[in-house]
Design a protein around this ligand. Structure first.
Ligand code: ADE
Length: 229
């Protein structure tokens, strides 16, 4: 069993690399892939860079080169659900590309050509495991639902409300759906777990800088739980 773990930024993955045993690293197309053992689990971890293209390149490379049995995307997100505060956890049941827009040609908002759908379902069993691992940490609110991804940092009520109203999302970030898209194209199970760093509103630029490190640590702690066996 080999689990692929992708984050966008160093803060979202370095804590895992730090505890990885028997680590071997290889750089492909500017991204470093670190393979080793976390807890009792074979893992391959990478920092993809921010945004959907970086994430897709990383996920596709990981699939072709290392053939993981599943991919988990972790990191931070802007919260879209009033119940989720800073550091709390959103686990995706499905993901959506909120900036995919071919509505002028008659398709629904977020429609993905090739997959012929708007929402990409996460692997149910993996999502259950992520949810239960998150609950077992204690002290964090954990919610499941739609996580929305796009090539935009959400920092206004207008952007925020559009994503909530159009897709019913509980969190916004910039990679999860593109990793889901890549995995769905190859039939590989995937899951997305995000810790809230900001409220996807006018305070987000400031809050993101202040709270990303602690929030990212929460998502790393959950992966450490999951991989401990
Ligand atoms: N990741 C963390 N906060 C975010 C936000 N407000 N918008 C997009 N991605 C994020």
């Amino acid at each position: 069993m080999l689990i692929g773990i992708i984050g966008a930024m160093n803060a979202e993955i370095n804590g895992l690399k730090a505890v990885m045993k028997n680590c071997t690293a290889e750089k492909i197309s500017s991204v470093e892939y670190c393979r080793g053992v976390i807890g009792v689990t074979e893992c391959i971890a990478a920092v993809a860079g921010v945004g959907k293209v970086n994430a897709a390149v990383c996920a596709q490379t990981m699939l072709l080169k290392y053939k993981p049995d599943m991919i988990i995307n972790i990191g931070v997100a802007g919260g879209l659900d009033a119940e989720l505060g800073t550091g709390d956890i959103a686990v995706a049941d499905s993901v959506v590309e909120h900036d995919m827009d071919t509505t002028p040609t008659g398709e629904p908002a977020g429609y993905i050509d090739g997959l012929e759908r708007v929402y990409i379902e996460c692997d149910r069993e993996l999502s259950d495991r992520l949810y239960n691992a998150a609950l077992s940490i204690g002290g964090l609110k954990v919610k499941r639902g739609v996580i929305a991804s796009g090539d935009q940092f959400i920092a206004s009520e207008e952007q925020r409300n559009r994503i909530i109203d159009t897709f019913g999302a509980i969190a916004a970030e910039m990679e999860g759906a593109s990793i889901g898209h890549v995995c769905a194209m190859s039939g590989v199970p995937f899951g997305v777990l995000r810790a809230i760093s900001d409220g996807a509103n006018g305070d987000s630029p400031k809050n993101f800088l202040e709270f990303t490190e602690q929030a990212a640590k929460n998502s790393i702690d959950i992966i450490l739980k999951l991989t401990e066996g």
